[in-house]
Design a protein around this ligand. Sequence first.
Ligand SMILES: Cc1cc2nc3c(=O)[nH]c(=O)nc-3n(C[C@H](O)[C@H](O)[C@H](O)COP(=O)(O)O)c2cc1C
Length: 167
Amino acid sequence: MWNKIDPKTMNKNVFSMIGDQWMLITAGTVERCNTMTASWGGMGVLWGKNVAMAFIRPQRYTFEFVEKNDWFTLSFLEERYRKQLALCGAKSGRDTDKVKECNFTVKTGESGAPYFDEAELVLVCRKLYWQDFDRTHFLDASIENNYPNHDYHRMYVGEIVEALKKG
Ligand SMILES: Cc1cc2nc3c(=O)[nH]c(=O)nc-3n(C[C@H](O)[C@H](O)[C@H](O)COP(=O)(O)O)c2cc1C
């Protein structure tokens, strides 16, 4: 059963949640959505709102879904789903139905934004802002090493409108 929680009561470490546990960024509709694994991101407070940040390279199929929709969700899954997370980070939704392959169940909250019933925690985010990284603003030259193809991430800042925890 899913419970709506106050993001302030989240008791997991954000760095391990994003960097080690990984998350699924999902956007679209129940009928047609796409998801991808992400291990870069952020959570914080901006413009007086609780926000989450996602960084998506423009060639990702998920990019198209996040672009076209006002919402995206971040699903955090337990360790037993590591294989599925790896698959969603290796295959593109352009070539395969990842939701089907992972046997995930798509759910939606009040916003209609899709997330996965298999998750233990879901952040439903309403897009507030986007910006593409500008290489002329990199203050550490080594950052450029992440972009041999000049495919600079687009940053999305989303307001965390719902935080849902499996209880
Ligand atoms: C652990 C892990 C973390 C990843 N983090 C990101 C990320 O933060 N941003 C990004 O654009 N791609 C990231 N990727 C790559 C995408 O998940 C991968 O390219 C995926 O196949 C894209 O799927 P799509 O084309 O269906 O959107 C990551 C992959 C893995 C395995």
